[in-house]
Design a protein around this ligand. Structure first.
Ligand code: DX5
Ligand code: ZN
Length: 224
């Protein structure tokens, strides 16, 4: 039972030779490329916007998993879709109208994801869960790569997985922040479907091998 997806986070790549990093990812066992967009207001850091995402879409053979860490995401989702996003994930804390925005994402033909900051309870999604393609549980406070995994997240994964199974839904659980070979098995056993990995991939000696190892982890059952 190993059908989890690996989504290396391009935030940790080298911006001086992004094309080389995409060549590596294209030839690797990665499933998606995770693309972190930060506005300096929702999170205390600024990364990049549509122009760079459009270039990434041109060189990537893998689907782009765009994680919007921005206020009022409804203002920008159409433009990120036009740039080539396959999945768009916005933060529940960043909008008053998550339900409307999820419907909109579906109407423009993009996979709809919602991200929760570490303090946000998974119960908050009860009334929109069935409309989602993915829930991204932040396992660090968003804004920076290279932070430590918050272990409390494992309980959140188990709780969310139990809801998804009980309601027989087809919603992926993505875990974002501090994920690497040291904790990936525990995260998958808790019920995760997608592992985002930034520094643990790009700062490793052999990034494609690290991706391969993350992908090869086998688990036999969930510990829920
Ligand atoms: C954090 C970002 C993450 C980040 C993960 O704000 O959303 O996607 O790139 O980086 P690592 O794997 O280094 O924690
Ligand atoms: Zn992210």
């Amino acid at each position: 039972m190993s059908n989890h997806l690996i989504a290396p986070s391009i935030l940790a790549a080298n911006y001086g030779h992004l094309d080389k990093d995409f060549e590596m990812l294209n030839a690797s066992k990665a499933d998606w490329v995770h693309v972190d967009v930060m506005d300096g207001i929702f999170v205390p850091n600024i990364s990049f916007g549509q122009m760079l995402v459009k270039q990434m879409a041109k060189v990537s053979k893998l689907p782009l998993d765009v994680h919007l860490m921005i206020c009022d995401p409804e203002r920008y989702v159409d433009s990120f879709k036009e740039c080539g996003a396959d999945t768009i994930t916005f933060h529940i804390e960043a909008t008053n109208h998550a339900h409307r925005l999820i419907q909109h994402l579906k109407s423009i033909g993009v996979n709809a994801g919602v991200a929760l900051n570490p303090q946000t309870n998974v119960d908050t999604l009860d009334d929109v869960l069935e409309d989602l393609d993915m829930v991204c549980l932040m396992s660090v406070n968003p804004g920076f790569g290279g932070q430590k995994f918050i272990y409390r997240t494992l309980d959140k994964i188990r709780k969310l997985k139990a809801k998804i199974i009980e309601r027989n839904l087809n919603v992926k659980i993505e875990i974002d922040g501090g994920v690497g070979l040291q904790n990936a098995e525990a995260i998958l056993k808790a019920g995760a479907d997608v592992l985002v990995a930034g520094s643990s991939v790009f700062k490793s000696e052999n990034p494609p091998l690290t991706i391969e190892r993350l992908k090869a982890i086998e688990i036999n059952n969930f510990d829920i």
